[in-house]
Design a protein around this ligand. Structure first.
Ligand code: ATP
Ligand code: 9VF
Ligand code: MG
Length: 404
């Protein structure tokens, strides 16, 4: 049977599956000659190749997803429609098909049909909201360069007269060099390293003992975590050889410590690790393939949701980061408590026990949370892209190093 092209699959399903298995609602999409420009209900915009054989097309033909995007607020009906492939009548959205890619001078006028969220309902016509261009006179490459050179404190919108690209670039390069010199003079601390140290001290103060485990782990630990081929995380693992991989999470190392330290330490046992984790990712601004996680956990007495949320609250207050608590679930832990800053998950927290515990020789109740440190920095410094806070040779403390 002929495979459906990707645009048709999006049209009938009304949803999009990101590489990490997150199910998004599709608000609208536009088809150009070879590409599809998609806007999700959570306002992400991206362009994909319109292929029958792509990973995305395969994913949409399947009916598996890891979890639904919280910000898309997908109704149960839409999820069921995707899972059961029961599209009903009239559920298809029509799209405007254009052969030219984004040539329109006035993007606000582009009219796109939105995807219907309910069966038997005609999709309303909406105006696509487009971001304001950085500076309309600059070429795309120049805009990119300016964006890279900007710091979150810069406000270009207050400039009335546009300088030439060269003038603006020279001015920004000068400012960024000054910023770097100032850091060298006053502080000399690396943001990521410092936040790791702050969190480490905070947790030690709270009675958690710091551990450091291997980044290279046996591949069998992945299976022991309950991550099977059906779990999207399975395909995100960087495998080094048949028996070894880079850790995608800190839990395997912590499980080993919980088992080994049980009955040596007084009750409850409280430990944590901060370290680099690796996952193959394709989503842009909040995902790194190499990121730093802090995972603290407690085993024995006192492992309640209330106590867990109190520690997280103290930590995020100490770091001055606003957050919201929501419920979610994932394939490894089942129900999780997710800590969000706006649209971005900053932590997943769990109250055990879970069935996998027995495979690690853990038999007592536990609670724990994993938090991404680069995401905390992204929030703290208002970076638009998480790359600014990552391990990098391209940015130092959020400032581009390409200043020659
Ligand atoms: P997401 O759904 O955003 O991909 P996740 O639920 O897969 O995240 P967890 O396995 O719960 O992530 O990991 C705990 C925390 O580690 C996350 O809340 C996030 O702060 C951070 N984190 C996970 N994956 C990444 C990544 N690729 N880049 C940066 N931080 C990450
Ligand atoms: C909380 C998210 C299984 C008893 C060793 C500790 C936790 C969620 C952590 C992380 C992960 N889990 N990214 O476990 O604290 O492992 O997926 Si333990
Ligand atoms: Mg999570």
């Amino acid at each position: 049977m002929e495979r459906k092209p990707l645009d048709l699959l999006i049209d009938t399903n009304g949803v999009w599956l990101s590489r990490n298995g997150l199910l998004h609602g599709v608000k609208n999409f536009e088809v150009s000659r070879n590409h599809i420009h998609i806007t999700t209900d959570c306002q992400s915009r991206f362009t994909v190749r319109n292929s029958r054989r792509s990973r995305s097309a395969r994913a949409l033909r399947n009916n598996k997803y890891r979890k639904a995007c919280k910000n898309c607020k997908l109704s149960d009906e839409r999820i069921t429609r995707f899972v059961t492939k029961d599209f009903g009548r009239g559920s298809q959205a029509r799209v405007i098909t254009s052969s030219k890619t984004k040539k329109s001078k006035s993007p606000k006028e582009a009219v796109v049909k939105s995807v219907s969220s309910k069966a038997n309902e005609m999709p309303p016509v909406v105006e696509a909201k487009k971001e304001k261009p950085v500076k309309p006179d600059y070429t795309p490459a120049q805009k990119k360069r300016i964006t890279t050179l900007l710091s979150p404190a810069d406000d270009l919108s207050s400039i009335k007269e546009l300088p030439t690209f060269k003038e603006l670039e020279t001015e920004l390069v000068k400012k960024r060099k000054q910023d770097l010199r100032q850091m060298y003079e006053d502080d000399r601390r690396h943001q990521l390293a410092q936040l790791e140290r702050d969190i480490s001290l905070f947790l030690i103060e709270k009675g958690f003992m710091e551990v450091r485990t291997s980044v290279l782990i046996p591949a069998k630990f992945i299976e022991r975590m309950g991550i099977t081929e059906e779990d999207p995380l399975y395909k995100q693992i960087f495998r080094v050889d048949e028996n070894t991989c880079l850790r995608p999470m800190l839990a395997p190392g912590l499980y080993n410590y919980l088992h080994n330290f049980d009955n040596i330490m007084p009750d409850p046992l409280k430990i944590f690790e901060i370290g680099t984790c690796y996952r193959k990712e394709s989503d842009g601004k909040e995902h790194l393939e190499e990121f730093t996680m802090v995972n603290f956990c407690q085993m024995g007495s006192g492992c309640t949701k209330e106590n867990l949320l109190n520690i997280i609250d103290d930590l995020l207050k100490y770091l001055n980061i606003d957050y919201e608590v929501i419920s979610d679930n994932c394939m490894v832990y089942g129900d999780t408590i997710d800590i969000m800053h706006g649209d971005m998950e900053i932590s997943s927290a769990v109250v055990g026990p879970i069935p996998q515990d027995l495979d690690w020789g853990v038999t007592k109740p536990w609670m724990g949370a994993g938090m991404g440190i680069e995401r905390l920095l992204k929030v703290k410094h208002k970076y638009t892209n998480i790359k600014r806070s990552s391990r990098s040779i391209s940015y130092y403390n959020g400032i581009t190093t390409n200043l020659r």
